[in-house]
Design a protein around this ligand. Sequence first.
Ligand code: SAH
Length: 248
Amino acid sequence: MEQSKTRELPLMKEIWYETLQWQPEEQQQQFQRLHTKIVSGNRLLNLTRITAPEDFWEKHLWDSLSGVSNWLEDNEKQKPLSTIDIGTGAGFPGLPVAIAFPHWTVTLLDSTRKKVAFLETLVTELEIGNVRTLFGRAEAVGQQKLHRERYDLALIRAVGQAPVCAEYAVPLVKIGGMVILYRGHWSEADRLTLESAAEQLGSKIELVRSWKTPLTKSIRHCIYLRKHSSTPENFPRAIGVPNQQPLG
Ligand code: SAH
């Protein structure tokens, strides 16, 4: 039987500091409240399989922030970024990012209406003031004037193959902006295909970072794409096409 009471999340102060050189403060309480809400939301909606406290800490909180760890240090002093999380699901990586960077704005985009409605209630209840939610398909949103080339940073985790994710994300970022693809394993063949897709969209692979998660030592990669020129108008292609015929 499923556990009905939410156990406390571990604080993991030392591990945060050792791995990402970050010391969460008021964020600890928000992380705990986020976990509680997601566990209770999961009883009605199929949001995430990852709910056990250690698992949630590692695969949702830590993993989400690992990709943006270069901004964590002295983050109050840096320019706030306008960020979009594409295919956010239960809010990852976008919600931990919004909590860790309260001066950034984070748009959570998903094509499942129920998930977006859940997130809308969640951010109101947790008083996370720097989050907007957006219901839609990345292929459509990427062609809307209000969203195309408007973001400094786009994040995308577990939505599809890397070239598909690039086609969803690159059109949404400004020239000079960045896309972070959160991946598990990563090969030279993956890099070559993505390189070609990224170029067609007006971007370049700037950096590939790899690490192991701190508790279960699972392999992770983050691919950082820098947008150098405007994305041709035909991208993203019509709904479903990026996934059926991935660039490469
Ligand atoms: N990023 C989250 C969820 C991954 S599941 C995490 O890592 O935990 C993939 C999510 O992407 C689902 O919630 C699905 O509704 C959404 N999605 C899939 N295709 C999409 C598209 N074309 N545009 C917007 N959202 C999409």
